[in-house]
Design a protein around this ligand. Structure first.
Ligand code: PMP
Length: 398
């Protein structure tokens, strides 16, 4: 369509040179040159530490670092003192588990997860040692989290509901506001794993009315090694520190140590300065394009691929028809890894495996799926190359 071709941005991405059909954006996105440039400058002529130096370079870097925090806040309609920089979504969720859940939850309390969660929204809760029980909300036949089932399952013993906003396997989208109403009706908090949503949907934590929101920059056209935990300031203020070190303290003595206010209290050690600047550049870039256009692009491409795959009687599609940018499928009689290997010879990169969602694989009754996932740089030629590669695989396997 003309709208999808409007977004052909491949020449901004050095990682896509050489007619490579990169369909693994759900694992990590390629980086536009503006993000690379911002990162290189932050590591080069602008480099210094933050919050400590009295010299001008450090003061400038501190301004850039705190501007990045404001950039993130604007990106998700939050306040800047509600933005905690973490190493990524995984660390954000572990932070909530180790700080909030480890101190606020007790034996007999329950957490509601769903069948489609990524391991990083399962294992941190299993690591809790306070006798908390985990329940698993089932999916609808289409592959979205079944909120009617959630409503039936939730009880006053539930203190937390933790759901993915967009499934990294099925591309299905959660109605966050609805989930928030259900969680709050029983007095539970709602944590949203926004890893796959942040690059594809406009974020508005005020409208979502969730309590925690986590995502990684590297899936959002930004650098690896940095991510975000958002929580309401009042909630962050109640949470104890989880990692100790420099920058997170108010005063240290051997008799007693007091801590900095949030968000600094959760950022022990020298932060990911370069990465924070890179993440802000990525958000500028993405916001200039517009999240509404990103969402449409991702829906159009996923819809197009699903329509093409549906024409084949040897393909099983997983997930809902209106999946967002992510399409999982199986080619009859071919292991996803074999498909992925043959596609690689054709210059097409897909993901084959369990996608860190083993309980979902068990639910789907497969050991693995093939997954094609799109980014803003993806286009119809990528889909054509994938379909050609599937056809060649069919000829090889008979
Ligand atoms: N949740 C979802 C839905 C994801 O797709 C991912 C990344 N595959 C994660 C969490 C974990 O993100 P990270 O590895 O960047 O911490």
């Amino acid at each position: 369509t003309s709208e999808t071709s409007e977004l052909v941005l491949k020449d901004q991405f050095p990682g896509l040179a050489g007619n490579w059909h990169y369909l693994d954006t759900a694992a990590t996105s390629q980086k536009p040159q503006v993000v690379i440039d911002a990162t290189v400058a932050a590591m080069g002529e602008k480099y210094a530490t933050v919050h400590r130096g009295v010299y001008a370079r450090s003061a400038d870097m501190t301004l850039a670092f705190e501007a990045a925090r404001r950039r993130v806040a604007a990106f998700m309609n939050a306040q800047e003192d509600e933005i905690v920089f973490t190493r990524g979504a995984t660390e954000s969720i572990n932070l909530v588990a180790q700080s909030w859940a480890a101190t606020n939850l007790k034996a007999g309390d329950r957490i509601l997860l769903s069948t489609l969660e990524h391991h990083s929204n399962i294992v941190p809760w299993q690591l809790l040692r306070n006798g908390v029980e985990i329940d698993v909300c089932p999916l609808t036949p289409e592959g979205t989290i079944d909120l009617e089932a959630a409503e039936r399952m939730l009880t006053p013993a539930h203190k937390l509901v933790a759901f993915a906003h967009v499934s990294n396997v099925l591309g299905s989208v959660l109605h966050v506001e609805h989930a928030a109403r259900l969680a709050h009706a029983v007095g539970a908090k709602l944590l949203i794993d926004g890893c796959q949503a942040a690059p594809r949907l406009a974020l508005d934590v005020q409208a979502f009315d969730c309590d925690f929101y986590a995502f990684s920059a590297h899936k959002l056209y930004g650098p690896t090694g940095i991510g975000v935990l958002w929580a309401r300031k009042a909630l962050l203020d109640q949470m104890p520190p989880w990692q100790g070190g420099g920058s997170m303290i108010d005063k240290v003595t051997f008799a007693e140590t007091t801590y900095a206010p949030a968000p600094q209290r959760f950022e022990a050690g020298t932060p990911n300065i370069v990465e924070a600047v890179g993440m802000a550049a990525a958000m500028d870039w993405l916001s200039d394009i517009g999240l509404d256009r990103a969402e449409k692009h991702e829906r159009d491409l996923a819809g197009l691929l699903r329509a093409e795959l549906r024409k084949r009687n040897d393909v099983t599609l997983f997930g809902p028809d209106d999946s967002l940018g992510i399409v999982s499928f199986a080619l009859e009689g071919v292991h996803p890894h074999d498909l992925g290997t043959i596609l690689d010879e054709e210059g097409v990169a897909i993901r084959a495996g369990h996608h860190c969602a083993q309980p979902l694989m068990e639910h789907l009754g497969v050991p693995a799926t093939a997954r094609a996932s799109f980014g803003l740089y993806s286009d119809e030629q990528d889909i054509e190359a994938l379909l050609k590669g599937i056809e060649r695989t069919r000829r090889i396997f008979g």
